[in-house]
Design a protein around this ligand. Structure first.
Ligand code: F6R
Length: 607
């Protein structure tokens, strides 16, 4: 949801600014802009579209050694050149890039207009440029600090002023911001991934901090005007995680990292001999967990589908009633959460605005809330009472793959633990854990069979619509499969519990309509097979994911993709993989940019 970068040093700023923006494009890519400080003042270049469009407008070589830049995911105002950042004050002397949302911008804009400020764009960010102009008395740091006192909402900002060629001021509240330290040079960015190719020495800014950065050094303070010491951390081994390497897309690379994601999610947590699981960061004792009578899971998009898998697992294998609520609904409804409920918020980024708002409301009500997140320093990870870290490594592909699998893995382990604390026997527990240990190899083997999906891709590629069907444990995986197809292949796809199809959707079935059916050997396979028969009777196309050797299902299907037999508890983790591959292959066959699907951004930090 927007990415910002800034450079001050002794070499030309533009190579870092453009490369940094490219590396942040997963955060937004509908327009981009840059401001560099020339001897004649600020030179601002903006473009609608991706960073490549911006790069094409810039002179081949620029010598300026100070600049800030931005890649945008539009919230206030269309993705046009005029709405692209940086935004300037009336005099064109102050330039601002911003990631976040200024909630009271309309009120501030009216006030500033009454005071004579002239606005050019429809964005919330532009008020910042004018507010800073209003407070500016040759001390940019203080002007930014005072301006931010008036602002409600979330921000990471970088600001430059034309008459101070050795200064960038940056600040954050609610949106991420990091700094890189080089030799007589400094970098700022929304994410370390933009900085690591240039320096491994990183400073993490905390919420509510502001930093004045020159070529020679930096000084940080709180927005309440108290100086703070910031340690520089040397991240020697992080850089590779952000590289695409030999893979054509981050999404494919991240899908192939999934065997390792399962290993890492289980590492240090599984006690094989006792068939138990331990979560250090959850801050709940075994007896506290045992005393939970209900589970409530809150998340958005894929994270809420992970929650739905969790619901089936908690109810089937631990006997605990579970509610799953989309965070965007949860935050505005009457809340019935009992004191003995285990409340979980699930968020890969840990920054999703709706999930964060639901968490804060639950905390206001005095409830303890536990998080499942992939970013340790994220707002959700910091504000929860305890949590489970997914440990999947950075996910750059916009459509979630490995982080979703990581969410599923830790929810499976948690449901397993709750089951073991209740009725599940040690023998059953050992069996599940033994099969869990085989998952990395199973996932690897399935990933190696991508080419087998070519006939399925042929059925899906030109279809305007598709159905995804599953039952129980695999129904949320059908939802996730349909979401992936919508997100990256732009094909309308709807998921149903397989038995629901005959209650209406079946009216759409004709000779070419593709139905992706998840029918592995589980407690409901027979029932799903009846639904497959119903589809077949309407001559629609069937792409089936089933258990190896299931000749009956294979005979009913146009395409049959076999997976190994596995414990029902682990089925979501295995059936997910062909869903991801199918969406990926279809999107590639259609020639789409799978890592940056239209209209999407990686973390949705606005409501
Ligand atoms: C789908 C996807 C989104 C996210 C959702 C929540 O591919 O990525 O649906 O799952 O925006 O994001 P997090 O998990 O960061 O809260």
């Amino acid at each position: 949801m927007c990415g910002i970068v800034g450079y001050i040093g002794n070499r030309p700023a533009m190579p870092f600014l453009l490369e940094g923006l490219r590396r942040l494009e997963y955060r937004g890519y509908d327009s981009a802009g840059v401001a560099r400080l020339t001897s004649a003042g600020l030179a601002v270049t903006k473009a609608a579209g991706k960073v490549a469009e911006l790069a094409a407008l810039l002179p081949a070589e620029t010598q300026e050694t100070l600049g800030i830049a931005h890649t945008r995911w539009a919230t206030h105002g269309a993705p046009s050149e005029v709405n692209a950042h940086p935004h300037l004050d009336c005099g064109g002397k102050i330039a601002v890039v911003h990631n976040g949302i200024i909630e009271n911008f309309q009120h501030l804009k009216r006030r500033l207009e009454d005071e004579g400020h002239r606005f050019r764009s429809e964005t919330d960010t532009e008020v910042l440029a004018h507010l800073i102009e209003k407070h500016y008395r040759e001390n940019l740091g203080e002007a930014v600090r005072l301006a931010l006192q008036d602002v409600r909402g979330a921000y990471a900002v970088a600001v430059v002023v034309a008459d101070q060629p050795n200064l960038i001021v940056a600040a954050r509240r609610g949106s991420p911001l990091v700094m890189g330290v080089g030799l007589h040079e400094h970098f700022v960015a929304s994410d370390i991934g933009a900085i690591l190719p240039f320096t491994k020495d990183i400073v993490y800014l905390n919420d509510g901090e502001l930093v004045r950065i020159s070529r020679e050094g930096f000084r940080a303070m709180t927005l309440d005007n108290i100086w703070v010491e910031k340690p520089v951390e040397h991240l020697a081994h992080e850089a590779d995680k952000y590289e695409k390497g030999q893979w054509p897309h981050y999404m494919l690379k991240e899908m192939h990292e999934q065997p390792e994601v399962v290993r890492r999610a289980a590492m240090g947590r599984v006690l094989a001999d006792d068939a138990m699981v331990r979560f250090g960061g959850l801050n709940l004792t075994m007896s506290e967990l045992r005393a939970k009578r209900r589970v409530v899971i809150i998340g958005c998009g894929s994270a809420s589908y992970a929650g739905m898998v969790g619901k089936y697992l908690f109810e089937e294998f631990a006997g605990i009633p579970t509610d799953v609520v989309a965070a965007s609904e949860f935050r505005y409804k009457r809340i019935h959460v009992e004191d003995d409920a285990l409340v979980l918020v699930v968020s890969q980024s840990g920054e999703t605005a709706d999930t964060l708002a639901a968490l804060r409301e639950l905390k206001r009500k005095g409830l303890k809330v536990y998080g499942i997140s992939n970013v340790l320093a994220s707002s959700i990870a910091r504000e929860t009472d305890g949590g489970i870290f997914i440990n999947a490594g950075p996910e750059i592909g916009v459509a979630s793959t490995k982080a979703f699998l990581g969410q599923l893995t830790v929810l499976t382990l948690l449901a397993f633990l709750m089951g073991r604390l209740r009725e599940m026997s040690v023998a059953d527990g050992r069996d599940v854990l033994r099969q869990l240990g085989q998952l990395p190899t199973i996932i690897d083997d399935i990933l190696a069979r991508r080419a087998e999906l070519a006939p399925a891709v042929a059925l899906l590629k030109d279809a305007p619509s598709a159905f995804y069907l599953g039952r129980k444990m695999t129904y949320p995986i059908a939802l996730e499969g349909a979401l992936k197809l919508k997100e990256i292949a732009y094909i309308h796809a709807e998921a149903y519990p397989a038995g629901e199809m005959k209650h209406g959707p079946i009216a759409l079935l004709t000779g070419t309509f593709p139905c992706v059916v998840l029918a592995p050997k589980d407690s409901v396979r027979e029932k799903t097979l009846s639904n497959v028969q119903e589809i077949r009777a309407r001559s629609a196309k069937i792409i089936a994911i089933g258990t190896q050797g299931d000749a009956e299902l294979a005979a009913l299907s146009d395409v049959f993709f076999p997976i190994p037999e596995i414990h029902e508890m682990l089925l979501p983790l295995v059936t997910l993989i062909p869903m991801q591959m199918l969406a990926y292959e279809t999107a590639v066959a259609k020639g789409y940019d799978v890592d940056k699907p239209r209209n999407l951004a990686k973390s949705v930090t606005v409501e």
